[in-house]
Design a protein around this ligand. Structure first.
Ligand code: B3K
Ligand code: ZN
Length: 878
């Protein structure tokens, strides 16, 4: 496979002004006719027209009215090249394809007898020959023709300008998108669907039509998506002054989809998982996911569609920024300070669980990568979540108003253009009179920086010195790193727990409770003056930068922060540090066969927190969750998954035994009777209550089992039902678990998304070994062809069940290899995601490592592997 480099970028040789597409839709044989108006790009020295095309049959190509003979063009595996073209060109191209055979779900495909498209990143070339690159922006007109009975609904981007009957049982619809767009934003849907629709008035008074399209029978699950869409529209108007630019905005749900959703102009196509919800089938987490993804795709309309990426190396320009926007949207929707902090803590957990490991592994890449083999492998937590952190740091450095000024300037300069990450950085700098040249390293250097803090207090002069030193580990292709520009938000706690007023030499702080220090050197000392007592430093408040912060806290200091820090994120963080220290010690003790013990100090701190009714239940729940096995593993030089699992289980068991009365009390105090509502307060109560339940079911007696059974049987919503089922599965009482699983399946077998949960819960249970997973694969409801289903069972086992996946005999890895190979034949994008489960193989104890290498080599040795999987496994083995 070929590696593509950012440094090799050249402008397109021809620009496209307009595209007319005609589709004769048929599952076995779809004919696509396109007419493209092109003109030579003065910025290019090449006179050759280059049109991408894959997995399609070329029937005919005409240039300015004349049919081209095969001698007049070159057709290779991925490209149609027409040399020596004149300045102005009209191309007519006809292609033929078979959507029903397209199992990759990229391009035009069939899902449950309906047609859908997915064109990002390079799917449009599976439909017709075209300069399929994001810096070619054109206006599209689309004519759809299809059988009327089977495909009553015909949708594409923009506005419906004509529709009618063709006789012969077929009908047509013509759509026109008034905005220029890159080909990756093209979409069509031809389907038997129904919709919930609503007219909505924008702040400006203009009326727009909003639609949510789903399969018949699901109209009872579209309210929340519609509400989230309206909230998104309002939020973007208020926070960023950005208005919906179309008269019509559609969301369409599809059951077979490679990722979450897609921001096609005016026609967002969504995985059903991020559309369908009602109390019976969806959990609080599902509701939050719908709000976030509906927001995310809607916000792309400006950050992604109106201003798009010059090339795919700039992917984070739209993704990092749009994730940041959806994060802020979700936080603003809750509205309270602790609510905001709870969303922030979730973001930090995702970074540590997934992004930090990626950044330390064989697929580590900068937020703006320098090379790739397969672009679909780079829709990563680094591009998305670390990218969002990079955007967030601008806001931390220039403030909310400054950030808004930067956004305004960005749109003023670049609306309608395809630009680079550097253009965004320049807008932020210029709008705020700041120098962000060093900040560029956040885009160019991979790896998670480590910031090491040390302090010195001088009582006589009342000064407190904070020294911050930074370093960044080597990553593939980047042995040495230069210092980053890191905002470190700091507060100092007095003995009574309050924030001391801050005065820092050379920094405007005015006695504030928190100050943003800018660390730009390898090491820097900040001097706080007028510090009346020895403080406890609260460092990296609100997780002000995506770094690992090291400071030698004593237990007393951490307990002080855990009890008093005014910054809830750091309050949570202090608890995580207390837990992590103990988990690492316990893991060592397990491995050494030593006696395990947990100190009372820690247990008492947990007890106090659990029962502190002044704190938001959602916050208490997060503060009580111990660092995950994956996060613990990242802290160890050599990973022994069984020891980590045993240590964490011991800690959970000990806490459960010690806090039983408090857990029971919280279980009862946080019931949410009455009609289900997914609002943050109710969801937080359920989360705390269900965490209590899971603790109570670790080593349950008859009473606890009855409690869970009662909740399972009587639950008025899926959050409580699924939590009770999970608790029963983990209770170590197979009879209860089996009966509950059977009744759950019987109740929900016609709800695909709930069946996914049923597989997922079993896949992640420590009692489920690889043999049991193989058994589940023979269940009639299982199929590798549906990505949600494959993820629910296979991915949840490899990524969510470490103690079984890492079985000593290597059987988990052999299973992984089989499934990667099987999936690759169907859907390379999904297969390559699964391939990533082995990323960190070099860090495991030697016995496991050798099994993992065998499995990786088995996959790498397959003939006819996709580029997608090949890139992942060869980087892992490199
Ligand atoms: N932009 C799409 C992702 C496309 C992934 C292609 N492999 C969804 C999103 O980020 O909003
Ligand atoms: Zn996105």
């Amino acid at each position: 496979p070929q590696t593509i480099y950012r440094k090799d970028y050249t402008p397109p040789s021809f620009l496209v002004d307009s595209v007319e597409l005609g589709f004769d839709l048929d599952p076995a044989r779809t004919v696509v006719a396109s007419r493209i108006q092109m003109r030579h790009n003065p910025a290019s020295t090449s006179r050759s027209i280059e049109l991408h095309g894959e997995h399609i049959e070329l029937v005919l190509v005409r240039l300015n009215g004349k049919v081209l003979k095969p001698s007049q063009y070159k057709l290779t595996a991925g490209m149609l090249t027409i040399p020596k073209a004149p300045d102005e060109v009209t191309l007519d191209i006809e292609t033929v394809l078979a959507p029903q055979d397209n199992t990759s779900l990229s391009g035009l495909y069939v899902s449950n007898h309906n047609f859908f498209t997915q064109c990002e990143a390079e799917g449009f070339r599976r439909i017709t020959f075209f300069p399929d690159r994001p810096d070619v922006m054109a206006k599209y007109t689309v004519m759809l023709r299809a059988d009327k009975d089977n495909y009553p609904v015909l949708l594409s981007n923009g506005n419906l300008i004509e529709e009618g009957d063709l006789g012969d049982g077929r009908h047509y619809a013509k759509w026109e998108d008034p905005f220029k767009k890159p080909s990756y934003l093209f979409a069509l849907v031809a389907a038997r669907l129904v919709c919930q629709e609503e007219r909505y008035t924008l702040k400006s008074g203009r009326e727009v039509l909003l639609q949510v399209w789903v399969e018949d029978g699901n109209l009872d699950k579209t309210d929340y998506a519609m509400q989230s869409l309206k909230n998104s529209i309002r939020w973007d108007e208020e926070r960023f002054g950005l208005e919906l630019d179309l008269d019509r905005f559609m969301i369409v749900a599809v059951g077979d989809f490679n990722m979450g959703a897609m921001e096609n102009k005016g026609l967002n196509i969504f995985n059903t998982k991020y559309v369908l919800a009602n109390a019976r089938v969806a959990t609080d987490v599902d509701y939050a996911g719908i709000e976030a993804v509906v927001g995310h795709e809607y916000f792309h309309n400006w950050t992604g569609n109106r201003v798009t990426c010059r090339d795919w190396f700039q992917l984070s320009l739209k993704e990092g920024l749009t994730v940041f926007r959806d994060q802020e949207f979700s936080a603003d929707m809750i509205g309270t300070d602790t609510g905001r902090a709870v969303t922030r803590i979730d973001q930090v957990r995702t970074l540590r669980q997934a992004q930090f490991p990626e950044d330390a592994g064989p697929m580590a890449h900068p937020v703006r990568p320098d090379s790739f083999v397969e672009i679909n492998n780079f829709y990563t937590v680094t591009i998305y979540e670390k990218g969002a952190e990079v955007v967030r740091m601008y806001q931390t450095l220039v403030g909310r108003d400054g950030f808004r000024k930067g956004m305004d300037l960005y749109f003023e300069r670049h609306d309608g253009q395809a630009v680079q990450c550097d253009d965004f950085r320049a807008a932020m700098a210029d709008a705020n009179g700041r120098d962000f040249s060093q900040f560029e390293r956040w885009y160019s250097q991979a790896g998670t920086p480590v910031v090491t803090a040390s302090t010195r207090y001088d009582a006589a002069s009342r000064t407190f010195e904070l020294t911050l030193a930074q370093s960044c580990p080597a990553t593939p292709g980047q042995p040495k790193k230069l210092p980053f520009h890191i905002p470190v938000t700091v507060g100092l706690l007095a003995a009574d727990g309050r924030d001391l007023p801050l005065h820092v030499d050379g920094v405007v702080s005015n006695g504030a409770a928190s100050v943003v220090l800018e660390l730009t050197q390898a090491s820097q000392t900040f001097r706080f003056t007028n510090v009346t007592e020895l403080p406890v430093p609260s460092l990296l408040r609100d997780f002000s930068a995506p770094v690992v912060l090291e400071y030698d806290y004593t237990d007393e200091e951490l307990l002080h922060l855990f009890r008093h820090d005014s910054d809830p994120v750091n309050r949570w963080e202090a608890g995580q540090r207390l837990a992590m220290e103990r988990l690492l010690k316990l893991t060592g003790a397990v491995a050494a066969g030593e006696h395990l013990a947990l100190d009372d100090t820690f247990i008492e701190a947990q007890r106090a927190l659990l029962a502190d009714d002044t704190l938001d239940p959602a916050f208490r729940e997060l503060a009580l969750i111990l660092p995950s096995e994956t996060i613990i593993a990242e802290r160890m030089a050599q990973v022994d998954p069984q020891a980590i699992h045993a240590a964490r289980q011991f800690m959970r068991r000990t806490i459960a035994a010690a806090l039983k009365p408090e857990l029971l009390a919280q279980y009862h105090a946080n019931q949410t009777p009455g009609e289900y509502s997914p609002d943050a307060l109710s969801a937080g109560k359920r989360a705390l209550k269900n965490l209590a339940l899971s603790y109570l079911l670790i080593a349950p007696g008859e009473q606890e089992l009855a409690l869970a059974q009662q909740q399972f049987d009587g639950a008025g919503n899926m959050t409580d039902r699924a939590a009770a089922l999970g608790a029963l599965i983990h209770s170590g009482s197979p009879s209860h678990a089996q009966a509950a699983l059977a009744s759950f399946y019987a109740d929900f077998e016609n709800e695909a998304l709930v069946v996914d949960k049923w597989f997922a819960m079993q896949a992640a249970a420590p009692s489920t070994d690889v043999q049991a997973v193989r058994q589940l694969m023979t269940h009639p409801a299982f199929t590798l062809k549906n990505p949600n289903r494959a993820r629910s069972l296979i991915f949840n086992f490899t990524n969510g069940n470490p103690s079984q996946f890492h079985a000593a005999d290597g059987s988990g890895y052999a299973f992984w290899a089989e499934q990667v190979i099987a999936l690759d034949a169907l859907n390379p994008q999904v297969a390559a995601r699964l391939a990533r489960s082995m990323d960190r193989w070099r860090r495991y104890v030697p016995a496991l490592q050798s099994h993992m290498r065998d499995a990786l080599e088995k996959v790498a040795g397959q003939a006819s592997l996709s580029n997608d999987v090949m890139e992942v496994v060869s980087k892992a083995l490199a």
